[in-house]
Write a protein that binds this ligand. Structure first.
Ligand SMILES: *Cc1c(COP(=O)(O)O)cnc(C)c1O
Length: 359
C-alpha cells in the first residue's frame, strides 16, 4: 500500500467497499441449523450447521467476508489493488465473489493438479487462475505475484484466526448458540469441527470461553494431517513427505499460523475411509450430497455419541456441514475414483447408516 492509502479518495472508496459488503450481508439470511433425531439414542440430539447454503456454497463465505473486511479496515486494499490468494479450494471461490463485488482483480494461485470444477467455480465468480507445478510453492508464488502487481496477498492461513471477530458480529459460534437457544439441550455438550486454516475452531473455542459455556470443542482431523499430532505434542510441526489425506478443506502437512491448539479440548483422528463412508451415509439421510469434511466431522460425532451413551449422558452435539457435494461428483461420489485410491468406504458407510437411520 502506498503512503496515500488514507487520503480522502481512499477513505471514500473504502467506506463504499465496506458498505457493499455490509449491504450484501443485510440481504442474506443466516444458514440453517438442521436437527437430526437419532432413534437409537433418544437422549442425544445431533445438529448440523449448514454452511453449504451461503451464496458461494461453503463455510469459506464467512472467512472471505472477514478477510476482506480486515484487509479493508487495515487499508491494505484500495481501489486498484489486485487481490491474491494461495488456495485451490473454496476460499478462492468465496474471495473471487467478494473481489468482484468491490470491482477488484482477483488471482488464485493453485496447484496445477487442481480439479477442473473448482477452477470453473473460481472463474465463474470472475477470478483468474495462476497454476504452479509444485504445490509447495503456492505461498511463495502468491507473495511474488503480490510484489509484482503491487497487489495484496490476503493469506488465509495467517489471518483466518484474527480476521474473524470471535466475540460476535454473527460469527459461526454466535449463530450456532443463538439458534440452539430454544432446544431441549440449548448448550451443546460438544461442538465438533474440522481444521483447514484453523479459523473456525479458533472462533468457536474463543467464543465458548468468552460466553463461559460448559461446551467442549472437539476437532476432527484426517489421520494424515499434522494438526492432531501437534495437539498431542507441540514439537510436531510438519508431516513426513508423502503423507496426504484426500479430504479437501481440512488436514494440513504443516501447522498453519491460524491453528490455535490451546482453545481445543480434544482432537479425533479420522481415516479417509470412515470420512467418505460417513459422507455417503449422511447424504443418503439428507437426500442431498455433502462434502468430505462433513463426513470427517460426523465420524467424530459418532464416537462422542457412543461415549455419551455408554456414560448414560444426555445432551446435544453440534457439528458443521461445511459444503455441499456439487464439486465432488467426479471424486468422492465416483466409485471408480475411490477404488483407484483404495478407499474402502462401504463398511463405514453401513455403520453410519445404522446410526443415522430415521427408524
Ligand atoms: C476450510 C474448510 C474447512 C475447515 O475450516 P477452517 O476454518 O479453515 O479450519 C472444512 N471443510 C471445508 C470444505 C473447508 O473448505
Amino acid at each position: 500500500m502506498t503512503a496515500d492509502s488514507n487520503d480522502a479518495t481512499a477513505r471514500v472508496w473504502r467506506a463504499e467497499a465496506v458498505r457493499r459488503i455490509e449491504a450484501d450481508y443485510n440481504r442474506s439470511a443466516d444458514t440453517h441449523l438442521i436437527r437430526l433425531d437419532l432413534p437409537r439414542h433418544p437422549g442425544i440430539k445431533l445438529y448440523l450447521k449448514d454452511e453449504s447454503s451461503h451464496p458461494t456454497g461453503s463455510l469459506k463465505h464467512r472467512l472471505a467476508r472477514s478477510l476482506f473486511l480486515y484487509a479493508l479496515c487495515n487499508a491494505w486494499i484500495g481501489p486498484d489493488t489486485c487481490v491474491i490468494e494461495a488456495s485451490s479450494g473454496s476460499t478462492a471461490v468465496s474471495e473471487a465473489y467478494f473481489a468482484r463485488m468491490l470491482g477488484l482483480r482477483f488471482i488464485a494461485v493453485v496447484p496445477a493438479a487442481t480439479a477442473a470444477p473448482k477452477l470453473d467455480a473460481i472463474r465463474f465468480h470472475g477470478g483468474e487462475i495462476h497454476a504452479v507445478d509444485d504445490p509447495r510453492t503456492v505461498y511463495d508464488v502468491a507473495h511474488h505475484l503480490a510484489r509484482e502487481t503491487g497487489g495484496h496477498y490476503i493469506d488465509q492461513f495467517t489471518y483466518a484466526e484474527r480476521a474473524t471477530d470471535w466475540r460476535g458480529n454473527n460469527n459461526i459460534a454466535e449463530s450456532i448458540f443463538a439458534q440452539m437457544s430454544a432446544e431441549e439441550y440449548p448448550v451443546p455438550t460438544w461442538v465438533v469441527c474440522g481444521a483447514g486454516t484453523g479459523g473456525t475452531s479458533a472462533t468457536i473455542g474463543r467464543y465458548i470461553s468468552y460466553q463461559r459455556h460448559a461446551t467442549r470443542l472437539c476437532v476432527a482431523d484426517p489421520v494424515h494431517s499434522v494438526f492432531h499430532r501437534h495437539f498431542a505434542d507441540r514439537t510436531a510441526v510438519s508431516l513426513p513427505e508423502g503423507y496426504a489425506s484426500c479430504i479437501e478443506g481440512i488436514g494440513r502437512p504443516r501447522v498453519e499460523p491460524s491453528f490455535i491448539p490451546s482453545v481445543i479440548d480434544r482432537m479425533i483422528a479420522v481415516d479417509d475411509d470412515a470420512s467418505i463412508g460417513a459422507m455417503r451415509a449422511l447424504s443418503h439421510r439428507l437426500g442431498r450430497r455433502v462434502g468430505g469434511s462433513t463426513g470427517t466431522n460426523l465420524v467424530a460425532c459418532a464416537q462422542l455419541i457412543d461415549e455419551m451413551s455408554a456414560q448414560g449422558e444426555h445432551g446435544s452435539i453440534v457439528t458443521i456441514l461445511c459444503d455441499g457435494g456439487e464439486r465432488y461428483g467426479c471424486t468422492y461420489y465416483d466409485n471408480d475414483w475411490l477404488s483407484a485410491r483404495q478407499v474402502n468406504w462401504q463398511p463405514p458407510e453401513l455403520r453410519m447408516r445404522t446410526l443415522l437411520s430415521a427408524d
